[in-house]
Design a protein around this ligand. Structure first.
Ligand code: SAH
Ligand code: SF4
Ligand code: F3S
Length: 490
């Protein structure tokens, strides 16, 4: 990634590019060429309007999308757009969409309707859509038919072409659509603009091969591809040189990292390499599929000084019968045994999870099995979801879809259980001293800072803004359910 530190070098590369000739074929040079070209157009329009052009990037969905958006912002900034948080005030609005559940899609359509009204007042405005939703042909059909005011549509596999697509739109003046079904391509060294100066997500792999029967992700993100360990290490080293102390390694199933590389490498092996990077203080990762979590990984976690004491281990359901229908490839007993093994090796680890209620065919007994797992594991926190039917997935055509009121009732009962357990779990740290990474000034009270512990819990405490990005020790004074109030001791 080209981060801030290297923007001088990036400018030097741009200087040598001649935009009057044909675009280079090789990446990333081709995209640098289009960045320079788009910059010219943006400058011209900005001169005409007598003001800078503003761009607003809105991100839906998971950490993968958040990281992709940093790449979008990096490209937009190098093109010459100034970042603007409000859509209404922007000349370029891009939605990086999610389609994992139905309501994610509905939100995007709703907001597009509002944007259309804004665009009527600002004829220079361009609207772009990308991300997982765009990988669904029905979505693109609908946009082509009923949302003609959208300027640019692309998918998850060609995000690196953003600058090129912007130029195509600027030069043609018509709706540009570029969606790839899948790719085996990974383009390195694109610009990126981090949201936080001190922590960063790092993709270690893309796509998913698991085809859990409810899940759309393998269809919209394509097959699993691991990045080269050298490229990952180089990226983390550069981030650290630029002030990053915590990285979050990202993949839909990090435990299967490296399997498709020319020289295969395990995720545990990769973690050991990253651990060696001097100046890096904390390592997180997500997500871990229980079926692929190795003993080697548990051992590496147990002996690591940098890997955070937190594991997100999605269970989805506690019923072996439902797990089988979900194609999760573990049983309730195997999952519980895995949890026990992890806790034995890393006693202070915080465990979090994802749970779906109302999967087709789920009976009250199946649901009770899920509650049983929640009570046995005692998660530090859990994301709970009502099953959402995704067209094209095997579960969508399964018999016995569960009525909405039954799903809602189970969901409410599950949420109550999860919340009361996590409140109890959280409170056990009262009066301990924890090392926290200071992340932000508190939203509600600007005399307070907010920091994150290794186990992912938040603590608010009085302190100066200059501490943001630093690791400090904080005494946890009062527990408030999901977070603490504390006092810095050094
Ligand atoms: N790769 C990750 C999950 C990514 S999606 C993993 O395997 O754990 C994040 C979460 O969304 C999933 O864990 C699941 O709980 C939820 N989810 C996915 N598809 C869903 C659907 N169709 N309905 C409801 N929740 C769903
Ligand atoms: Fe979806 Fe399963 Fe892949 Fe996770 S592992 S992204 S739930 S298919
Ligand atoms: Fe959503 Fe795509 Fe992530 S569907 S959850 S943004 S991989």
């Amino acid at each position: 990634m080209i981060e801030k530190m290297e923007s001088k070098k990036f400018e030097e590369i741009l200087e040598d590019i001649d935009i009057e000739t044909e675009a280079p074929v090789e990446e990333p040079m081709r995209q640098y060429y289009f960045i320079k070209k788009a910059r010219k157009y943006v400058n011209e329009l900005s001169k005409k309007l007598g003001r800078p052009l503003y761009a607003c990037t809105k991100t839906f969905g998971c950490q993968m999308n958040a990281r992709d958006s940093e790449k979008l912002v990096g490209i937009l900034e190098r093109i010459g757009y100034v970042e603007e948080p409000e859509e209404d005030k922007a000349d370029f609005v891009i939605y990086n969409t999610c389609t994992v559940r139905e309501n994610a899609n509905l939100r995007v359509y709703g907001r597009l309707g509002q944007l259309n009204r804004v665009k009527k007042k600002n004829p220079h405005m361009m609207i772009g859509l990308c991300g997982c939703m765009m990988q669904e042909p029905e979505v693109v059909e609908k946009l082509k038919k009923s949302y003609r005011f959208v300027d640019l549509i692309f998918g998850t596999h060609n995000i690196y072409k953003f600058a090129e697509l912007i130029v195509t739109r600027m030069e043609s003046g018509r709706m540009v659509i570029d969606i790839w079904k899948d790719t085996d391509k990974i383009v390195e060294d694109l610009p990126s603009e981090r949201k936080y100066s001190f922590k960063s997500g790092v993709n270690i792999m893309f796509g998913c091969n698991n085809f859990c029967s409810y899940c759309i992700v393998p269809y919209v993100r394509g097959r699993e591809r691991s990045r080269n360990p050298k490229d990952i290490i180089r990226e983390v080293e550069r981030l650290v040189a630029d002030g990053v102390v915590e990285v979050m390694l990202l993949g839909q199933n990090v435990n299967s990292y490296g399997k498709n590389l020319k020289e295969p490498m395990s995720f545990a092996g990769l973690l050991q390499e990253i651990e060696k990077i001097e100046g890096l203080e904390r390592i997180r990762f997500m997500t871990s599929h229980p079926k692929d979590l190795s003993d080697e990984l548990i051992d590496v976690m147990a002996h690591s000084g940098k890997i955070c004491r937190h594991l997100h281990l999605p269970v989805q359901s506690g019923s072996t019968q439902i797990l089988e229908k979900m194609n999760r490839r573990y049983t309730k007993e195997q999952y519980l045994a895995l949890v026990e093994k992890i806790r034995a090796a890393v006693p202070d680890i915080a465990l979090t999870t994802d749970i779906i209620v109302g999967f087709p065919g789920e009976t009250e007994e199946d649901f009770q099995e899920t509650l049983d797992v929640v009570r046995k594991v005692r998660y530090d926190s859990a994301f709970t979801f009502q099953y959402s039917k995704r067209t094209g997935t095997p579960a969508a055509v399964m018999e016995d879809q569960i009525p909405a009121d039954v799903v809602k009732d189970r969901f409410d009962r599950l949420l109550k259980e999860v919340q009361s357990i996590s409140a109890e779990k959280c409170s056990v740290y009262t009066d301990t001293v924890q090392n926290v990474l200071v992340e932000t000034v508190n939203d509600h009270d600007d005399t307070l800072l907010t920091g994150r512990m290794s186990n992912n819990l938040l603590v608010h405490f009085p302190g100066d803004v200059s501490l943001i990005g630093k690791l400090v020790d904080v005494r946890l004074k009062e527990c408030h359910g999901f977070y603490y109030m504390g006092e810095m001791i050094r």
